[in-house]
Design a protein around this ligand. Structure first.
Ligand code: NAD
Length: 247
């Protein structure tokens, strides 16, 4: 069993889906949770779940793509919680359409939230990680960042960017006792994939050797591992959680 007793984990996009599952999983292993989502009220359900597990939870509203909001949030978190041990950059969006129809706004929104948001939170917490000489950074990428996807040029570029950022941060901060890894989920049952039609879903299932879409908990288990002592010697890696879709 992983033991995260008395550690503080900051999770972005914690209000629902994969972020909520990660917050609950880390809390189940003993961590207290700083939950960040676009609006503070989006964090209410997650905070309730964390408290029901006997852990402390704090809620913050911030747009991860805005530097001032990120810096202010990190300042508040450090004041409220004293420290952060684990950062999970999970907030993300899609704005899918074919390249020829993709607007500059579709491109900018996805890159700003998925990639720049990960950069901003990582940068904002690096000083305190360096001071502590410890820290775990876990970035939620996607298999789409590894293999691309028609209709997702912006999303694929943002997630490939997250993978490059992960490896660079891992190299830059390794000597300070900080690890940085990415998880690349495949297709996971959340509101992000609820919009897929039955025909798309059937085609996807045919490409997944394990024969089912993933659950948010499948991704949260990988996050728990990367946050744990058992992953102390792992950095700069991309852990694919996709039922064998990409191998
Ligand atoms: P979701 O839409 O259910 O949840 C995303 C959360 O992020 C929401 O709570 C939302 O409010 C929050 N968020 C969105 N924009 C934000 C912003 N600007 N600032 C702060 N918070 C913001 O999605 P999910 O499926 O749980 O996805 C979580 C992460 O996992 C994303 O990075 C996504 O790209 C990645 N992912 C998901 C899948 C999948 O199949 N669901 C697959 C691969 C990767």
């Amino acid at each position: 069993m992983s033991n995260l007793n008395n550690q503080i984990a900051l999770v972005t996009g914690a209000g629902r889906g994969i972020g909520q599952a990660i917050a609950s999983k880390l809390a189940g292993a003993g961590a207290d949770i700083a939950a960040v989502d676009l609006k503070v009220e989006f964090c209410a359900e997650t905070c309730e779940k964390v408290r029901a597990l006997g852990r402390r939870a704090w809620a913050y509203g911030a747009d991860v793509s805005k530097a001032a909001a990120v810096d202010e949030t990190v300042e508040k978190v450090l004041a409220d919680c004293g420290r952060v041990d684990i950062l999970v950059n999970n907030a993300g969006i899609t704005k899918d359409t074919l390249l020829m129809r993709m607007s500059e706004a579709d491109w900018d929104a996805v890159l700003s939230i998925n990639l720049k948001g990960t950069f901003l939170f990582t940068k904002a917490l690096t000083r305190s990680f360096v001071k502590q000489r410890s820290g775990r950074i876990i970035n939620i990428a996607s298999v789409i960042g590894l293999v691309g996807n028609a209709g997702q040029c912006n999303y694929a570029a943002s997630k490939a960017g997250v993978i490059g950022l992960t490896k660079s941060v891992a190299r830059e901060l390794a000597s300070r006792g900080i690890t940085c890894n990415a998880i690349a989920p495949g297709f996971i049952e959340t509101s992000m994939t609820a919009v897929l039609g039955d025909d798309v879903r059937q085609k996807l299932l045919a490409q997944i050797p394990l024969g089912r879409l993933g659950s948010p908990d499948d991704v949260a288990n990988a996050a728990l591992f990367l946050a744990s002592d058992q992953a102390a010697y792992i950095t700069g890696q991309v852990l694919t959680v996709d039922g064998g879709m990409v191998m």
